[in-house]
Ligand binder design. Sequence first.
Ligand code: ADP
Ligand code: MG
Length: 243
Amino acid sequence: MIEVKQAAKSYGKLNVLRDISLKIETGEFVGIIGPNGSGKSTLLNLISGIEEPDQGEISLAGQPITSFSRKSLSQRLAVLQQDGLPSISYPVREVIEMGRFPFQDWRGREKGGNADDLLNQIMNRLELQELAGRPLSVLSGGQRQRVALGKVMAQQPEVLLLDEPTTYLDIRYQMQFMDLIASWQREEGLTVVAVMHDLNLASLYCDRLLILSAGKVIAEGTPDEILVPETIEAVFDVKSHTV
Ligand code: ADP
Ligand code: MG
């Protein structure tokens, strides 16, 4: 579904990514882990087409990402950032409906009729019915993140990119949030690429992990293969942080 071929990216003199190659299969849940500044978000931005590589090529379903229009790309690929939504005061349901933008014409209409059924299903599934008319600005962090998830669900993408999506969630909501993503992956064959900062969550939800360090993929494999003391210590420099 996704292929990155020999991609490199620099900001000025800083070589953030060097010679990254990887493949992600349809329906896979791949986690990207690595220390701060190792280029995880940059890699995700290349895959989503937000940034262009200096060298190499990124493709989605066999086509170069650069060959898609913004709109056609948004019909297939969605991104959920760490703090999933800008601070806007729109009502919850309208925010979720924004996920339909890529499918609407300039009048805000959709070809196959309106998306009310889909939006209702999503509102129910995320237990947001009671909040439908509330402005986003009055919601808690956990509720906002659920709305952000609703918006990307409304987009009905084939690929979902997540950048540390549970950072601002209370511990008790982190698994609930990941469970929603996992059931979407299981039931609809969604392909998920997630930058994960929590190694426990990464091992619970990811089929495969890539470790990024200083702009290179230095290890990949199943969580069982990757999350062993030797790799963790080498990558995260755990020893220097012990008390
Ligand atoms: P990670 O997500 O792994 O923490 P990032 O991909 O955000 O790492 O950043 C990698 C490096 O690139 C960092 O040193 C960061 O400061 C730098 N960087 C990221 N984006 C930009 C940018 N737009 N301009 C300049 N430097 C950037
Ligand atoms: Mg980051």
